[in-house]
Design a protein around this ligand. Structure first.
Ligand code: FES
Length: 234
């Protein structure tokens, strides 16, 4: 059994914890780090665009959290699916970076380096002066923001384990591989959903198993590999 790629779910809290509400994304990330499972990586970034592109380069599923300055009431939470649409960059210009969150996303889109799933959560700030305290409205909204990102990150860390059941892999007993994976996934507690799929076009490397959203591809999988494979995914 061998695999070709690796990509954890990544949450990035963006901002400056010493500029009041600009630190809302950092505050949310610190709370999430203490409660999310190890399958979700949580980091902090200042919001410089090229640093963000570098940070997410190995991740298929990324959630960004940043303060906004858009004129909506303080504490307003907005969610953008940045993988499929442009975010309103002007709302995310809280930091001093000329090339910020929106710039990083569009650069990655142009270069074909956008994560497969990229969601941006914005929380509207009120005070961006030097200081470490969040405004009361922002502080109040952080709990809801953390809860929403927590749910989305946990959902994203669910894995689909796709076993090729087309003729080439089936002749190499991929049906037995699927059964063994189902057994192990069930014993491991249900974070993996095992499914049969059609030909993936790599028939000589079968039996083939593809894991999403991680973009992991396992070749020459045998039923006796099932336990190790499920442990790796979990
Ligand atoms: S038959 Fe499995 S990849 Fe083609």
């Amino acid at each position: 059994m061998s695999n070709d790629d690796s990509a954890p779910v990544l949450v990035i809290g963006i901002g400056n914890a010493f500029r009041s509400d600009d630190g809302a994304g950092i505050a949310a990330a610190r709370r999430l780090k203490s409660q999310l499972p190890a399958s979700v990586k949580v980091i902090e970034e200042s919001g410089e665009g090229t640093a963000l592109v570098e940070a997410w380069k190995d991740s298929a599923s990324v959630i960004l959290i940043d303060a906004t300055r858009s004129g909506t009431p303080p504490g307003t939470i907005r969610r953008f699916d940045a993988a499929s649409e442009k975010i309103p960059s002007e709302s995310f210009r809280c930091s001093t970076h000329v090339f910020g969150v929106g710039g990083g996303i569009e650069l990655a889109r142009t270069l074909g380096q956008l994560p497969k799933h990229l969601v941006v959560y914005g929380i509207e700030g009120q005070n961006f002066d030097p200081g470490e305290a969040l405004s009361p409205a922002v502080e109040k909204a952080i709990a809801e923001l953390v809860s929403r990102v927590d749910s989305e990150a946990r959902r994203s860390s669910q894995h689909d384990v796709n076993v090729c059941l087309a003729a080439g892999c089936l002749s190499l007993h991929s049906d037995l591989v699927k059964q063994a994976l189902e057994r192990e996934a069930s014993e491991a507690g249900g974070r993996c959903r095992v499914r049969g799929t059609g030909c993936m076009g790599l028939c000589s490397a079968g039996p083939l198993v593809a894991v999403e959203p991680d973009r992991l591809l396992y070749r020459d999988v045998k039923p006796e590999d099932a336990r190790e494979l499920i442990q790796i995914i979990n």
